[in-house]
Design a protein around this ligand. Structure first.
Ligand code: ADP
Ligand code: MG
Length: 501
């Protein structure tokens, strides 16, 4: 790689002179069992070319059959995005050659998308609401995947061979396209990130996609153009393809603003082209000149009938929509009386759903929060895993909380019980049994330990009798030691007070 092939304008200067206009195209892979037009598995991660069939390989005579679940979920996404749902929509062929696409065309929707004219309300970092208008959400199929060998950075440039894997060919995709986003100014990069963040959360909450940007089940193309401040006509846009993290979405927009401004300022024309995003330095580089829709020779796919979405079906699907994630968050924050900061900590720790599930098992929100946000987050950190994958279920957490409340475990013993669960020793009750963690309730044994500790510490007894009631720590400590930590401190304190009264 040679030195940077771009020059940038200072961000503040960009904003004095230019007004950004953005458009975001987001591809979401649906988590259906099977492909959009055939019966092979749509799951990620199988050995190359094992999830294939005549249709997804484009073999002669193979015919596509529409996946009803795919259509249902497309409608679900459309409804959640406040779109109109077409009663009748069509599949079209988008014709082009690429080695990851055996048929030589992609089945997509063109002038008759299933969902159109919607919006998504998002919230920026400082709480400012922002409405993103949605142009359309349409159904299509994913392409296969190429792996380029021999090049420096996995790109085709410099590669000596390329491998084709058709597992992904035919996996259902929903492409969600915004209307041009105007007026964001300096916040354009942040608006882009906030939108993709909200959209990602939304499709996950709908249960239609795992929306893993790192695995490509959610991919973003970001269009950006600049126009002189005070003008209304759109400038020429570039389209940065396949951005695969939230941070990169923000950076790609910012970079294009600064790069395009430098070009325009220096009399260079912006060409309508695709660009690649470089994870390494947050830059974009030239891709191919942008083709127009005419180049694709779209026409209705003669193998597929129109998609009919009767109104009753649409209403049935609407009735299954869950509470929107951010609406739910606001409601829970209110119900649990959490400050913004407390709520943010809990969301950032990935603990919200786990706490909700723990509360559903009978704990109070505070009890559940104490476990997940402090002790278990720490354990997850140490293990280098997401909190969700730490290895303890909400049911197990609720169980130790109940045992603590019944006085059967101290907090310390409860942590040991959870440690045992984390270590794979079984569920809470099994660990307690195997490790012998129950609080000793045998008054005789505890009383004996208290008597012995008092006898061994006459100086403390003397101070206590002289009126200093804060000296019992050493006695409690000795009793704990004698009972191997299984006495209930409250009970021990009570006994000491009785004996020394
Ligand atoms: P394409 O076929 O090029 O992918 P789409 O219509 O699917 O085009 O998406 C283009 C995206 O770019 C849309 O989100 C649209 O709102 C946006 N857009 C269109 N023109 C401009 C422009 N001049 N500047 C910025 N964004 C634009
Ligand atoms: Mg597009």
């Amino acid at each position: 790689m040679t030195a940077a092939m771009y020059e940038l304008m200072d961000y503040d200067e960009v904003l004095e002179k230019y007004d950004p206009v953005m458009g975001l195209e987001v591809h979401v892979e649906l988590a259906t069992e099977t492909k959009m037009f055939s019966a092979s598995s749509a799951h990620f991660g199988a050995d190359p070319n094992t999830n294939v069939d005549p249709t997804s390989l484009g073999l002669p005579g193979a015919l596509p059959v529409v996946n009803a679940k795919g259509v249902e979920w497309a409608i679900k996404i459309g409804l959640a995005l406040n779109c109109s749902i077409a009663e009748s929509s069509r599949f079209a062929r988008k014709n082009y050659f690429y080695p990851d696409q055996p048929k030589n065309y992609q089945i997509s929707q063109y002038d008759e998308p299933i969902a159109y004219d919607g919006y998504l309300d998002v919230v920026l970092d400082d709480g400012t609401p922002w409405r993103i208008e949605i142009e359309r959400a349409h159904m299509e199929e994913d392409t296969g995947k190429l792996t380029h060998l021999g090049g420096a950075d996995g790109r085709i440039t410099g590669a000596t061979a390329s491998l084709v894997d058709c597992n992904r060919a035919g996996v259902p995709l929903i492409e969600i396209v915004t209307k041009p986003i105007e007026g964001a100014g300096e916040r354009a990069p942040e608006v882009a990130r906030a939108y993709v963040t909200a959209l990602r959360e939304l499709v996950k909450a709908l249960g239609v996609s795992d929306a893993r940007m790192d695995q490509g089940s959610m991919r973003v193309d970001s269009n950006l153009s600049l126009r002189p401040v005070g003008t209304t006509e759109f400038g020429t846009r570039t389209e940065t393809k396949n951005i695969n993290s939230l941070k990169s979405v923000e950076q790609a927009v910012r970079f294009e603003m600064q790069r395009q401004a430098y070009c325009l300022e220096n009399g260079e024309e912006i060409v309508q082209e695709t660009r690649h995003y470089q994870e390494t330095d947050g830059s974009t580089s030239k891709g191919r000149p942008k083709e127009t829709s005419a180049d694709y020779r779209y026409f209705n796919d003669p193998d597929l009938p129109p998609v009919i979405a009767p109104r009753e079906w649409v209403e049935e699907i609407r009735a299954t929509l869950p509470e929107l994630p951010w609406v739910r968050r606001a409601r829970i924050q209110e119900e649990w009386k959490l400050s913004d900061a407390e709520m943010r900590d809990l969301v950032n720790a990935g603990a919200l759903e786990l706490i909700i599930a723990t509360v559903e098992e009978g704990t109070t929100p505070d009890e559940a929060r104490a476990w997940w946000v402090s002790y278990l987050s720490q354990k997850a950190n140490q293990a280098g895993v997401e909190l969700e994958g730490v290895g303890v279920s909400p049911t197990q957490v609720a169980r130790v909380v109940a045992l603590v409340n019944e006085g059967k475990l101290t907090n310390k013993l409860a942590r040991q019980a959870i440690d045992g669960v984390l270590a794979g020793e079984g569920d809470v009750d099994e660990v307690i049994k195997a490790r012998g963690l129950e609080v000793v309730r045998d008054d005789g044994a505890i009383e004996k330990a208290v008597d012995e500790a008092l006898a061994a510490n006459p100086d403390i007894v003397e101070k206590y009798r002289a009126g200093n009631h804060k000296v019992t720590g050493a006695i409690v400590g000795a009793v704990m030691k004698a009972t191997r930590g299984k006495a209930d401190p409250a009970q021990v304190n009570k006994l000491i007070a009785e004996k020394l009264a």
